[in-house]
Design a protein around this ligand. Structure first.
Ligand code: ADP
Length: 195
């Protein structure tokens, strides 16, 4: 199996690159942001509670997102592999993901980290907010809070994978296609090594 964690701050381009990667490697895309937004759209209790936090640029509780991922793994047992996008966002989530994958006799192959500097992220989030309709992209204060939350709560997840020898960084600034090529090169280096 090829199980990728696509890591990076809000606005780094994880969603865009995930779309391309799932096609190329025939993977199942698990984006906790998308899963939460579909709960909001469906008007579920979970969605209503998550929305209040998401709109402010704060994280939803670990057990909520871990539960959603657990469900999706169970539902997709025939998958060739997964891309985890926007998850894990805390070390607690990363530990839970390792445990879940162990239950299916598999593991994370590698983490690909898209590196983009903070000011570029703010620009991208506000630009996306003009068309996405996402409340968390609409104003600068919320965008900045999301980047801050990323730097304090999510960055340690990179160390977690680094310690396992599974951290690979890719420059997230440039053309979508050239970033995609750089990601694929990294993946192919790792898959050759693990074969
Ligand atoms: P982006 O693609 O801009 O990084 P996402 O769509 O991944 O944003 O996430 C949007 C919001 O959903 C986050 O700011 C957070 O409130 C919530 N969220 C998504 N994934 C997680 C997660 N793994 N843990 C906690 N909260 C999450």
């Amino acid at each position: 199996m090829l199980n990728l964690v696509l890591f990076g701050p809000p606005g780094a381009g994880k969603g865009t690159q995930s779309e391309k990667l799932i096609k190329k490697y025939n993977l199942v895309h698990l984006s906790t942001g998308d899963l939460l937004r579909s709960q909001i759209a469906a008007g579920t209790e979970l969605g209503l509670r998550a929305k209040q936090l998401m709109d402010q640029g704060l994280l939803v509780p670990d057990e909520v997102v871990i539960g959603m991922i657990e469900y999706k793994l169970r539902e997709n047992q025939e998958a060739a592999g997964f891309i985890f996008d926007g998850f894990p966002r805390t070390v607690n989530q990363a530990v839970a993901l390792d445990d879940l994958l162990t239950q299916y006799n598999t593991e994370i192959t590698t983490m690909i980290s898209l590196v983009v500097e903070d000011e570029e992220l703010i620009r991208r989030l506000l630009k996306r907010g003009e068309t996405s309709g996402r409340p968390d992209d609409r104003d600068e204060e919320t965008a900045r809070r999301r980047v801050r939350v990323y730097n304090s709560e999510t960055m340690p997840v990179a160390d977690f994978y680094e310690k396992q020898g599974k951290y690979l960084a890719v420059d997230g600034i440039g053309e979508i296609e050239s970033i995609f090529t750089a990601i694929c090169q990294k993946i192919e280096q790792v898959s050759v090594k693990t074969q």
